[in-house]
Design a protein around this ligand. Structure first.
Ligand code: PLP
Length: 341
C-alpha cells in the first residue's frame, strides 16, 4: 500500500522510538517533565517566540489560540478554505463562541484589501471582529507558501483594526523551505503560531503553540480546561525533539517528490494540475471522473489518496514514501484513471 493521504501517516523512526524509550519524564501538569520543557523551549526559539506549549494536536493548538485571542460573540476573519473553518469540528463556535468570517482567495491567502473588507465596522448593531488568522502553508489550496511581503500587508490591516493575529503554521517548515527563509521570519508579527511535529517532521503525536510568555501561561490553563493536560508526556516530546531538530532537513525530498508526481500526473488525460504551482509536499488535482470513483479505483490498486471535492483529489508526499513508491503510485494513478473514466 502506498499511502499518499497525508503527511500525518508517517511512522516514528527507529531513532524516535529509542528516544521515547529512554526519555526522562515527570508530571507535566505540575510542570515537571524535563523533556517537554526542552521541546517547548527549542520549539519557541525556532519560531522566534518567547515561549511554547506542547499540545496533543494542531487543532487544539489553533483552538486554544482563538479561544484566548478572540472575544466570545465576535468574529474571526480567515481564508474561506482554512483548516480552522472546514476541518476543526466548528470548534471556534462550539468552544469559544466565535463566528468565522471566511474570505475567498485564489491561493489560500486573501489580499489585504479583501481582509479589510471583511472586518466588521464598529457600529452598535454588529458583532466586532477580534482575530485574523493565516494558514501557511495552506493545505486545501495545495500547500501554497506565503512570503513576508504578503504577510506584512495582511498584518498591517489587522494592526490598523486592532485585531489579534494567529498563524496556523501546521506546515510552517515546509513554507520556510519553499521560500528559502527561517520559519521565525514567517512567524514574526503574529501574536501566536501553531506548528505540527506530527506532519512532515515525522513525530507520532504533537504540536506546539508559541507566543509571548504571558500568553503561553494562559494557554497552559486553557489546555487543561480543554482536556489537554498530559502527564509523563516526555515520551512523546522525546520524539518531538528529533522531529524538530532533524525533520526540517527531510522536507526537501518530499517537495521534490511532490513536484515530480505533479509533472507525471499533468501528462495523464483527465487529470488537471499545474506542476509549477506545486511549492511544497501537497498535490491537489482536478479529475474528470468523480473524486470518489478515482480514489476507489486507486484503493483497489493499493494507493491511498483523499477526495477533497467532487472532482478534486489530494496526494501528499512524506518521509515514508521515496521516489520509487511515488513512481509506482504515478503508474497506478494512470491505470486507475482508465478504470474510473
Ligand atoms: C493546516 C492545518 N492546520 C491544522 C491541522 C490540525 O492538525 P491535527 O490533525 O493535529 O489536529 C491540520 C491537519 O491536517 C492542518 O493541515
Amino acid at each position: 500500500m502506498i499511502d499518499l493521504r497525508s503527511d500525518t501517516v508517517t511512522q516514528p523512526c527507529t531513532e524516535m522510538r529509542r528516544a521515547m524509550a529512554a526519555a526522562e519524564v515527570g508530571d507535566d501538569v505540575y510542570g515537571e517533565d524535563p523533556t517537554v520543557k526542552r521541546l517547548e523551549e527549542e520549539g519557541a526559539a525556532a519560531l522566534g517566540k518567547q515561549a511554547g506549549l506542547f499540545v496533543p494536536s494542531g487543532t487544539m493548538g489553533n483552538q486554544i489560540a482563538l479561544h484566548l485571542l478572540g472575544e466570545r460573540g465576535s468574529e474571526v476573519v480567515c481564508d474561506a478554505r482554512a483548516h480552522v473553518v472546514d476541518y476543526e469540528m466548528a470548534a471556534m463556535a462550539a468552544l469559544s463562541g466565535l463566528l468565522p468570517r471566511p474570505v475567498a482567495s485564489a491561493d489560500g491567502l486573501p489580499s489585504a484589501e479583501d481582509f479589510a473588507g471583511a472586518i466588521v465596522p464598529t457600529v452598535p448593531y454588529r458583532a466586532r471582529t477580534t482575530v485574523l488568522t493565516v494558514e501557511n502553508t495552506h493545505n486545501m489550496a495545495g500547500g501554497t507558501a506565503f512570503g513576508r511581503q504578503r504577510i506584512d500587508a495582511v498584518l498591517a490591516v489587522a494592526r490598523q483594526a486592532n485585531l489579534r493575529t494567529h498563524l496556523d503554521g501546521a506546515r510552517i517548515f515546509n513554507a520556510a523551505l519553499a521560500l528559502g527563509c527561517p520559519a521565525a521570519e514567517l512567524a514574526d508579527g503574529f501574536d501566536s503560531v501553531m506548528f505540527c511535529l506530527s506532519k512532515g517532521l515525522g513525530a507520532p503525536v504533537g504540536s506546539l503553540l508559541c507566543g509571548e510568555t504571558a500568553f503561553i501561561a494562559e494557554a497552559r490553563r486553557a489546555r487543561k480546561r480543554f482536556g489537554g493536560g498530559m502527564r509523563q508526556v516526555g515520551v512523546l516530546a522525546a520524539a518531538g525533539l528529533i522531529a524538530l531538530r532533524q525533520g526540517p532537513g527531510w522536507l526537501a525530498r518530499d517537495h521534490e517528490n511532490a513536484r515530480w508526481l505533479a509533472e507525471r500526473l499533468a501528462a495523464i488525460g483527465g487529470i488537471e494540475v499545474d506542476p509549477s504551482r506545486v511549492q511544497t509536499n501537497i498535490v491537489i488535482v482536478e479529475t474528470a471522473p468523480t473524486a470518489a470513483a478515482l480514489v476507489g479505483a486507486l484503493r483497489a490498486l493499493a494507493v491511498l489518496a483523499v477526495p477533497v471535492g467532487p472532482h478534486r483529489v489530494r496526494f501528499v508526499t512524506h518521509r515514508d514514501v521515496g521516489r520509487q513508491e511515488v513512481a509506482q503510485a504515478a503508474g497506478r494513478i494512470q491505470q486507475a484513471m482508465a478504470d474510473a473514466l
